[in-house]
Ligand binder design. Structure first.
Ligand code: F6R
Ligand code: MG
Ligand code: MG
Length: 380
């Protein structure tokens, strides 16, 4: 094994149980089988098959670097094998993130989500893998900002000499496929101009300025413009290294105690609170939601994934769940009105073009004289 270790998290929705809510245990078993198969073992140092909502997440360690063909192929084959099981059980949207048979209403072809980082394993290497369902990569912007740039969240920014110089943020423009980086604290306000718009600008990675090392990375990927709207809101993952010059585990979890609003609820077209939950509570139910986030902690030891620790199962997040439920109640009351429903350009589903086409002739210039009072009268 070379000196550097790679941590790869690759996820896909290859079939929901039931509807778009959860993952069937047989899919998880198949994924486990695939990753453990002896002929594959030499590729990986260790792996953990995890899930959130209807997504299967493959957490893998190896020494092959990021974007490695073999590792990606292994993940792809694993998802294909899971798709076979999903098809057998007629799970919903079987293979939807690869090739689809069942209609899901989304334009497909975005493929699995990927978050990978390469680093030299420290004396002790605690990491947290966040996995979210029913939302988009920009959902991480707010917690990433809080973790790495907000001293009210992260005490270490003020009192840990190894964190005091701050962090560098790599930000991607998902629409123009461009990237830029900002350093905090000096460029906080410039950074916020962009990442406050999470539907377009996403934090891809964060680097420690003191250590000159990667601290976090997400599964941010480019959005596709199809049929006049952006698609590819992809239930995202985020990996964060913790402690000893990186934020403490508790500082990394802290932003989720105040559920923020994210896009992607029901039909990828609604805003809802991101509810932190333990794995056992991660299947979205109400209105296909509310959007969920799970946090799995691992100690990495010689590449082995020692864990996971299911952080959000803790009672300390009960109040956050209550807040999320209250926010969900309030937002649901708005029904089809914005801001519960997303702006037209951001919706994954929209009947607007069809309705518009059907009604096109009924639209008249506003200046045109028209008296609808007679027409409005209902004939007895
Ligand atoms: C949201 C999501 C679900 C589906 C909804 C309709 O990201 O996946 O809310 O959009 O259940 O699904 P279809 O169109 O497949 O019937
Ligand atoms: Mg699904
Ligand atoms: Mg999903």
């Amino acid at each position: 094994m070379s000196e550097k270790l790679t941590l790869s998290v690759i996820k896909a929705d290859v079939g929901g149980f039931v509807g778009h809510s959860g993952v069937h245990v047989k899919l998880l078993e198949r994924a486990e089988e695939m990753l453990s198969r002896s002929d594959r073992r030499h590729l990986l140092v260790d792996h953990c098959v995890a899930h959130v909502g209807d997504d299967v997440n493959l957490i893998m360690t190896h020494d092959r670097g990021v974007d490695d063909r073999e590792i990606h192929h292994l993940a792809w084959e694993t998802f294909e094998a899971c798709t076979e099981v999903a098809k057998e059980l007629k799970l919903y949207g079987a293979g939807q993130d690869l090739l689809s048979d069942a209609f899901s209403g989304n334009v497909r072809g975005m493929g699995p989500g990927v978050a990978e980082m390469e680093f030299v394993e420290r004396k002790s290497e605690p990491v947290v893998v966040f996995m979210a369902d029913k939302t988009e990569p920009g959902a991480w912007n707010y917690p990433i900002y809080k973790i790495f740039a907000d001293p009210f969240n992260t005490a270490g920014l003020v009192i840990d000499p190894k964190m005091h110089r701050g962090f560098r943020f790599e930000v991607h423009d998902l629409i123009d496929a461009k990237k830029v980086s900002f350093v905090a604290p000096e460029e906080l306000y410039d950074l916020l101009v962009f990442i406050g718009a999470p539907g377009r600008y996403c934090v891809k990675s964060v680097y420690s300025r003191e250590l000159g090392e990667i601290a976090a990375t997400s599964s941010t990927q480019r959005l596709n413009l199809m049929a006049g709207r952006y698609v590819g809101k992809d239930d995202p993952v985020l990996v964060v290294r913790c402690q000893s010059g990186m934020p403490a585990v508790g500082e990394v979890l802290e932003p989720f105690s105040r559920p923020h609003l994210v896009s992607g609820w029901m039909r990828g077209s609604h805003v809802g609170p991101l509810m932190p939950v333990g794995v056992a509570d991660s299947a979205p139910t109400r209105f296909d939601g509310p959007p969920r986030v799970v946090a799995l902690g691992f100690q990495i030891s010689g590449g082995r994934l020692v864990g996971p620790q299911d952080f959000f199962a803790d009672v300390a997040f009960d109040e956050a769940r209550r807040t999320a439920n209250q926010l969900a109640d309030y937002l649901r009351g708005l029904g089809p009105f914005e801001p519960h429903r997303l702006h037209l350009e951001e919706m994954e589903y929209t009947t607007l073009p069809d309705v518009m086409q059907r009604l096109a002739k009924r639209f008249k210039p506003v200046e045109e004289e028209e008296d609808w009072s007679e027409e409005s009268k209902i004939d007895a």
